[in-house]
Write a protein that binds this ligand. Sequence first.
Ligand SMILES: *Cc1c(COP(=O)(O)O)cnc(C)c1O
Length: 226
Amino acid sequence: MGIVTKNVNEVLEDIKKYSKNPEKVKLVAVTKYPNVGRPELEELMENGILNFGENRVQVLEAKRELMDDVKDKIHWNFIGNLQKNKVKYIIDYVCMIHSVNKLSLAQEIDKRAAACGRKIDVLIEINLSGEDSKEGYDLDEFYKELPEIMKLENINIKGLMTMAPNVTDEDKIRASFRKLREIKDELNEKYFNGQLTELSMGMSHDYKIALEEGSTIIRIGTKLYN
Ligand SMILES: *Cc1c(COP(=O)(O)O)cnc(C)c1O
């Protein structure tokens, strides 16, 4: 058995073990690393993993070219900080943008989506870590801009995304995942009428905690290839 297959199986087992609703959980394989080439991507696909995550437009485009003959089978997820001027390159194929972190970006996605006749699934990225280095909306800022975001007709807000603080203290990591779930529940009640179904949280080192706290999308890179 290949290393990717072994690791995918392990993560899929962990989903059953740690999530209360394992049937609702999706694994996005993060493929951004230079050592992830065609053999690794093919092995993921052979295991039924078709959601790939990339955090830079240029690298995403290179990966698509590498998989040109099968690229339409793959669901490309954009998970990094997205510059407005790059939206146009990915808008006609990207399946979900996890990282909407400002109104102007949401507006650009909306405009470009309309132009190509699509409605794009997006997540709002919230920065709960208090760390400046992390991308994502400051919570107050998000609530301020939410009414304007909700007017955009060509984006489909499916839920929220966060990255846990870069600490070893499990309680702090767990608290940030729990907080994201609480924010989602509150938004559903006040504004979205239950329409927010997704919580994109959990990476290689913290996905088990994220699953326990209700994650529906885990974004795993490193663990799959080593
Ligand atoms: C790189 C990355 C991941 C995956 O991280 P690993 O530690 O390799 O699992 C998940 N989410 C985002 C936004 C990333 O940039």
